[in-house]
Design a protein. Structure first.
Length: 757
């Protein structure tokens, strides 16, 4: 074992998604809670053993969760919202997470800039909080029974508060006085568990732009927490970015160590001298916990050498950059993947090997024959990545170097004039966002085709039938700008990824997204290009079946990028540009085939925003550049729509305007017109389709309700600028609901149009 290796946290869903399966069975009342507990126990054991066998010195307990660590922390602190009181144990836990017929679930939101979602704790001044350490102590003891002395993982008090919300409207940090004492009590209890305990207190909130108030709490908190017991060595860990402001303060508190991410927070390097002057241990995150590529072990060694120029080796521990929660488990089940590509990858279990090997090399420990072999293989993998034809496509590189047309011709005010005349749509034109209900039948059709159970002809017939039905439904409802319904797509990113060169797919690369839900993102390993049209066949078929305008439907470059694992050998912005070029070819093919309106979805545009303000303008500049590039082939008369899945536009409205789409549909149904005021304030010129009803609920909105909503919209945007549509795609709904909702929507528009006459 290398005494100096450290893992921030390990995934828990199970390499065969065992936890997902048993949870879903339990929720469906097909098994008992004991069954869940058994599986959970087996998984913890297996994961601890993987780390132990790999020779990792610092292995975590309390990184496990049946649903989510923030939820666990809320339970630990007794932060139970009023509506759940009276419920007990697992019923309480899962109802907080998922709600039930009478109780709304707690809100869920993205964990920093990852695709993991946590449960947002609800706090209020009048609530009393009380410590419950059962889970934490049980997991510690359980590992100990297997002979593993773990470091204990804990979400820190400032991050807990910072990521919570006040239900009684106030600042979360006002509750510091109620929450912090529980952390003190907790550490005193932990001190009684065992001798020499390492406690990892995670404070990822420190990587954001923290205000003075938060910064002032750091010293106070960590001074206190670190002096409660000599028996507990505290490591404060941050990840996903640099945390320099906080680190500077922490170095003047008696914490034992500081864990920093040197992969996604290279500015952390600026503080090496200061860290050296303090007497702290540095846990250096140099193995990427966010990506699936094999680490370049030589580069990692170089990074460590740089660090060691300031900090003596004795005070360095080598670590993953963050919890391995964000990568899949193991390559062992990837038996359909091309061998060359597979050899470039490392999932969580493989990263354990890398970490252990790296730490042995760095600390001059003797390598076994196997380890020498692994090191050699690592070098080969890096070399082939720099030369492989699979990755490097001269045609693509040539094309990105010589881009002639960066944006479409014509300025908006002139384009829209031409478009309105040509397309001849009315004020308050009605449309939908793209997808129609994904029925079990259509899913089966796709699966059967994929598995070779039906031939292409039969598959095509089924898809065509769905498209026709979808068109009929829209025509019956009176929708004016139609969509084909996306029956051929399983997912808005995967569908394009599967048809682009440079993309790879895993069989078992599942990553937890929230609770029992996992996603299997495709990965970009090489230069991206489009070999053939991707949507032309279905869009043109759909157009041939109706006299109305059929909208083409594409996913934008930024969203495709943000929902994939991305190669790390070139910049993200370069990859994005390659995708944009491929999309621009598709736009051109569509318009040449008679598609007059093309929607380019950027559902994840906002998700990609950096954690720090200092990086925002760079992100915005290439993200906007590539959206414009993706539609640069559009003629002035081709109308470009985009769709974004959120409602907070205040801080990015100018950026959105710069994207220069003719029409944008957005998700504002749940927030009335409050958030839309910004469009008026900035004098936004392009057309806007603010969602008039919430598609996340099965409830059918009434005509009156939608009329009211349209009235609200008309207060902030003129009728000439407004489109009327639902607030997102309809794929999760049922056909009957959709039919009633859309027909109410059209009736509502008619009511308002009559009023406006
Ligand atoms: N066109 C896509 C759909 O309707 C957009 C999905 C999304 O915004 N997430 O499904
Ligand atoms: Zn959406």
């Amino acid at each position: 074992m290398s005494k100096k290796s450290y893992i921030v946290g390990f995934p828990r869903i199970g390499e065969q998604r065992e936890l997902k399966r048993v949870l879903e069975q339990y929720w469906a009342q097909e098994c008992s809670f004991d069954d869940v507990m058994n599986i959970a126990k087996n998984l913890r054991k297996r994961h601890w053993n993987y780390q132990k066998e790999a020779g990792i010195a610092y292995i975590s307990s309390n990184d496990f969760s049946l649903y989510d660590n923030m939820l666990d922390t809320a339970i630990m602190l007794g932060a139970i919202p009023k509506r759940f009181r009276g419920l007990q144990e697992q019923e309480l836990y899962f109802t907080m997470a998922r709600g039930n017929q009478n109780l709304v679930a707690m809100e869920m939101t993205k964990w920093f800039n990852t695709n993991y979602h946590y449960i947002v704790p609800e706090l209020s001044l009048e609530d009393e909080y009380k410590l419950n350490t059962t889970k934490l102590i049980n997991e510690y003891k359980e590992a100990k029974e297997y002979g593993i002395k773990t470091k204990i993982n804990l979400i820190g008090p400032l991050t807990f508060l910072g990521l919570s919300k006040r239900v009684d409207n106030g600042d979360v940090y006002e509750l510091y006085g109620k929450i912090f004492p529980l952390y003190e009590e907790l550490i005193k209890q932990i001190a009684t568990f065992d001798e020499n305990i390492t406690l990892q207190i995670e404070e990822p909130i420190f990587v954001k732009d923290n205000d003075a108030k938060l910064l002032s709490l750091i010293k106070l908190s960590y001074e206190k927490l670190s002096t409660l017991s000599k028996n507990v060595a505290i490591v404060v860990s941050t990840y996903f970015e640099h945390s320099n402001e906080a680190t500077k303060i922490l170095l003047h508190t008696p914490i034992w160590g500081i864990a920093l991410d040197f992969i996604h927070g290279s500015k952390n390097l600026d503080l090496l001298e200061e860290i050296a002057q303090s007497n702290k241990i540095l846990i250096a995150g140099v193995i990427d916990g966010r990506n699936i590529w094999k680490s370049d072990l030589y580069a990692a060694q170089e990074l460590l050498t740089t660090i060691a120029q300031s900090i003596t080796k004795e005070r360095i521990i080598i670590s993953s950059s963050c919890s391995l929660l964000h990568v899949p488990f193991t390559l062992e089940y990837e038996n359909r993947m091309n061998d060359e590509i597979k050899n470039w990858l490392a999932y969580a279990k493989e990263k354990l090997q890398e970490l252990s090997l790296l730490s042995k090399i760095f600390f001059n420990e003797a390598l076994t024959t196997e380890e020498k072999e692994a090191l050699k293989n690592n070098t080969i993998a890096q070399e082939t990545r720099t030369t492989s034809h699979r990755i490097h496509d001269p045609k693509v590189q040539e094309r990105t170097k010589n881009i002639q047309k960066h944006q479409r011709e014509g300025i908006y005010t002139e384009r829209i004039h031409v478009q309105k005349k040509l397309l001849n749509y009315k004020e308050l034109a009605t449309t939908t966002i793209g997808s129609f209900p994904q029925t079990p039948e259509i899913r089966k059709v796709r699966k059967d085709f994929q598995n070779g159970f039906i031939n292409e002809h039969n598959y095509d017939e089924e898809i065509k039938r769905y498209i026709r039905e979808c068109i009929t439904l829209q025509e019956e409802c009176g929708i004016e700008v139609l969509v084909h319904g996306e029956p051929e797509r399983n997912d808005m990113v995967e569908y394009f990824a599967e048809q682009l060169q440079g993309y790879g797919f895993s069989q078992n690369g599942w990553v937890q997204s929230y609770g029992s839900r996992c996603v299997k993102p495709p990965f970009i390993y090489g230069d991206i290009s489009r070999a053939y049209p991707m949507t032309l066949k279905w869009s043109t078929y759909a157009q041939s079946q109706t006299k109305s305008i059929m909208k083409g439907m594409l996913t934008g470059p930024v969203t495709i990028l943000n929902w994939s694992f991305v190669r790390d050998d070139i910049k993200r912005s370069e990859v994005s540009q390659q995708i944009a070029l491929a999309i621009s070819d598709e736009v051109d093919d569509l318009q040449k085939a008679g598609i007059q309106i093309i929607q380019v979805d950027e559902a994840a545009f906002k998700e990609g925003y950096p954690l720090r303000k200092e990086n925002i303008s760079h992100y915005e500049s290439w993200a906007v550049r590539d959206f414009k590039l993706a539609v640069s082939s559009a003629w002035p008369q081709t109308q470009i729509h985009t769709h974004m899945c959120y409602s907070q536009f205040n801080d990015i409205i100018k950026t959105i305007e710069n994207m220069d789409a003719d029409v944008i549909s957005i998700e504002t149904a749940r927030s009335g017109n409050k958030l839309l005021k910004i469009f008026k304030e900035v004098g936004y010129k392009q057309e806007v389709g603010p969602g008039v009803y919430d598609i996340h609920s099965p409830r059918v909105p009434s005509v009156e309700e939608i009329v009211k909503q349209i009235h609200l919209l008309l207060e902030v945007l003129p009728k000439e600028q407004l489109w009327i549509n639902p607030d997102c795609g309809l794929k999760t709904r049922k056909f009957l609901e959709v039919k009633q909702s859309l027909s109410n929507m059209v009736q509502a528009v008619n009511v308002v149009r009559n009023e406006l006459k």
